[in-house]
Ligand binder design. Structure first.
Ligand SMILES: *[C@@H]1O[C@H](CO)[C@@H](O)[C@H](O)[C@H]1NC(C)=O
Ligand SMILES: *[C@@H]1O[C@H](CO)[C@@H](O)[C@H](O)[C@H]1NC(C)=O
Ligand SMILES: *[C@@H]1O[C@H](CO)[C@@H](O)[C@H](O)[C@H]1NC(C)=O
Ligand SMILES: *[C@@H]1O[C@H](CO)[C@@H](O)[C@H](O)[C@H]1NC(C)=O
Ligand SMILES: *[C@@H]1O[C@H](CO)[C@@H](O)[C@H](O)[C@H]1NC(C)=O
Ligand SMILES: *[C@@H]1O[C@H](CO)[C@@H](O)[C@H](O)[C@H]1NC(C)=O
Length: 360
């Protein structure tokens, strides 16, 4: 038996599930809820939704209640600039068709490795400028290792990442485009890039000074790879020799003409490719110069200190020194007078008396 109010409620619930949520604009199966100050995912969403755009809201926590019922057709989800901090277990488990996920411009602290279902089909994942603690890629490490079997396009640009731990990307077997532009990567370890499907690798605007032999070898083993390396502070000394040979021999670096030296000072802004191997100086001279400079500074300080102590001793002992100087003067005078006297006597006996008188 069904009483009337319950029937009305059921009817409303059923009809609202295919109507547009409050604060959103719906166009066929595309739902837009941009910049609405939303604190959570609007509910309920239309069953046939294919794209949800909730950019520019205030959704700190995405969890298993964000998408409480299956949305079989949802393929694209935009959650950019929405203060997202936490992505918990099973967040996206009810989105079996999700292929495009934009989480850029957030402040992610925690991203569960079980956020997706095992057989998810996510292909494009945008994590540009998305970390709270920039420079700490560990937040994603387990996720990449275990949970994203189909990802082909990964955007990790603008995250201030300094290092990529070993094996960060090894689980991404289908990865074809990897954007690491504008981070702070200081070096690339052996084995970081072994993704055979990789076609585009963007390492522009990082903090790379050279690429070691192991990394050069790794990159050569990827058949269709194109790499971008401009905008790094390359140090053109003898350590970069292997990389220079590699650049000249292979064509996988598409912007190799734009690779310019940042150091040593004499080669600043010079294109690396224009240099011959014998023109690459060894850094040890640079290091030695630094050491010498510091030891000169130290020597100067010691000398200054000795000078100050000397002056201080002079000052404190000024009476004694004065006396000493007077003594010497007197001794000299006595001596000179004797000499003078004898001289005067010898030269002109008449002046002897005068000079004696004037001295007394
Ligand atoms: C959602 O997550 C919470 C805490 O993580 C858990 O207690 C709850 O059982 C989960 N609900 C479902 C439907 O999985
Ligand atoms: C990722 O997001 C940023 C900023 O929102 C955008 O500029 C970039 O093009 C996006 N990358 C991809 C692969 O969609
Ligand atoms: C960021 O992460 C690094 C490495 O784990 C840690 O040392 C540092 O304290 C963190 N910084 C903040 C602000 O959480
Ligand atoms: C590079 O990244 C920093 C944050 O890491 C950002 O502030 C800056 O605007 C980015 N530069 C470009 C050219 O995108
Ligand atoms: C790098 O490899 C080349 C040949 O592959 C070799 O000649 C060179 O000595 C190696 N350099 C270093 C520093 O190991
Ligand atoms: C990296 O690779 C080079 C050459 O392939 C090798 O000599 C070196 O030992 C490797 N380093 C590490 C840390 O595995």
């Amino acid at each position: 038996m069904c009483n009337l109010t319950l029937c009305v409620l059921l009817f409303l619930a059923a009809s609202s599930s295919s109507s547009c949520p409050v604060h959103c604009v719906c166009e066929t199966t595309i739902v837009n809820c941009v910049n609405q100050g939303l604190r959570s995912i609007p509910q309920p969403l239309p069953k046939d939704i294919t794209t949800l755009n909730i950019n520019g809201n205030d959704i700190r926590n995405l969890n298993n209640e964000s998408f409480p019922s299956p949305l079989e057709h949802l393929t694209s989800l935009y959650v950019s600039g929405s203060q997202v901090e936490q992505l918990n277990t099973m967040v996206f488990a009810n989105l079996p068709s999700l292929r495009f996920l934009d989480l850029s411009n957030n402040i992610i602290v925690h991203f569960s490795a079980e956020a997706f279902s095992q057989d998810n089909k996510v292909e494009v994942l945008n994590l540009s400028r998305s970390l709270y603690n920039y420079s700490y890629v560990g937040v994603f490490a387990n996720l990449f290792k275990q949970s994203l079997p189909k990802v082909s396009h990964l955007d990790l640009s603008n995250n201030k990442l300094v290092l990529l731990p070993e094996g960060t990307f090894t689980g991404l077997l289908d990865l074809t485009v990897l954007d690491l532009r504008n981070n702070s990567l200081v070096s690339i370890m052996n084995g970081t890039f072994q993704n055979r499907a990789l076609e585009e690798l963007d390492l522009r605007d990082n903090a790379l000074k050279d690429l070691p032999n192991g990394t050069l070898a790794d990159l050569c083993l990827i058949p269709d790879l194109r790499v971008r390396l401009a905008g790094n502070p390359w140090r053109c000394d003898c350590n970069i020799e292997d990389m220079l040979i590699w650049l000249k021999r292979y064509d996988l670096v598409v912007d190799k003409l734009k690779i310019t030296c940042s150091a040593p000072a004499g080669l600043k802004h010079v294109s690396l490719l224009q240099l011959k191997q014998y023109q690459l100086p060894c850094t040890y001279t640079g290091d030695l110069k630094g050491v010498l400079e510091t030891s000169y500074v130290f020597l100067g300080m010691v000398l200054a200190l000795i000078g100050v102590i000397f002056l201080l001793v002079l000052y404190l002992n000024r009476k004694g020194i004065k006396r000493w100087i007077y003594n010497i003067r007197d001794a000299c005078r006595d001596h000179m007078e004797g000499y003078h006297y004898r001289y005067e006597i010898n030269s002109d006996p008449r002046l002897a008396n005068l000079s004696l008188n004037s001295d007394v």
